[in-house]
Design a binder for this molecule. Structure first.
Ligand code: MG
Length: 203
């Protein structure tokens, strides 16, 4: 399986990164070794001093597709979850400076904790899903899919022009503003609406 991550999909986050608001989706990949499941801890890596949380809604692809029409994209996922796109911000800054790829900063082992999924049909309105992240009980990021620059359907259609989507692939759909550092000992909890779907510690 593969993990596809959408960058800069919320305008306020693009602004906080001093990045342009994109006119087409920006995306990158993580390997399956990035996943952390079952609320297992994240071990702070020794190659970075600035790991940031980015809380994101995650789509689980339910069938194979290529060049998917946006009108049919909703048929390619039944479940939505929540995860963290951990980013070594210090390394990413160096990569950006030199025009190098981001993988070292984005795709390292453990960089994609993933929580439980809920059925799409449990959610009242896909275009207005509320989600948030707490660190040590304090809310640090909050978003709604109302603010997406590229909808889930637009993202699926766009990405599938380049990559065949397969059953079990995950799409991290971008983070709202409020990204920030994590520290050893922190407890992160992520919610869709008021349902806690992910809870783990930084070790
Ligand atoms: Mg992200």
């Amino acid at each position: 399986m593969k993990i596809i991550c959408i960058g800069r999909n919320y305008a306020e986050h693009a602004k906080e990164m001093n990045a342009a608001v994109p006119t087409e989706p920006v995306f990158f990949l993580k390997p399956d070794t990035a996943l952390i499941k079952d609320d297992q801890p994240f071990y702070y890596p020794d190659f970075s001093k600035e790991i940031h949380h980015e809380v994101e809604l995650v789509l689980k692809i339910n069938k194979a597709g290529k060049n998917i029409d946006p009108a049919f994209a909703h048929k390619y996922y039944d479940e939505i979850g929540i995860g963290i796109d951990f980013t070594a911000r210090d390394i990413q800054a160096k990569c950006k400076e030199k025009g190098l790829p981001w993988e070292k900063a984005k795709a390292f082992d453990g960089s994609a904790p993933i929580g439980n999924f809920i059925q799409k049909k449990e959610l009242a309105d896909i275009a207005d899903i509320n989600f948030h992240l707490t660190v040590n009980g304090k809310e640090v990021q909050k978003g709604t899919t109302k603010d997406l620059l590229f909808s889930f359907d637009a993202v699926i259609a766009y990405v599938s022009k380049f990559f065949t989507l397969k059953t079990g692939d995950l799409i991290y759909t971008g983070t709202p503003e409020g990204v920030g550092p994590v520290n050893i000992g922190d407890k992160l909890e992520a919610y869709i609406e008021n349902k806690k779907l992910l809870s783990f510690e930084i070790k």
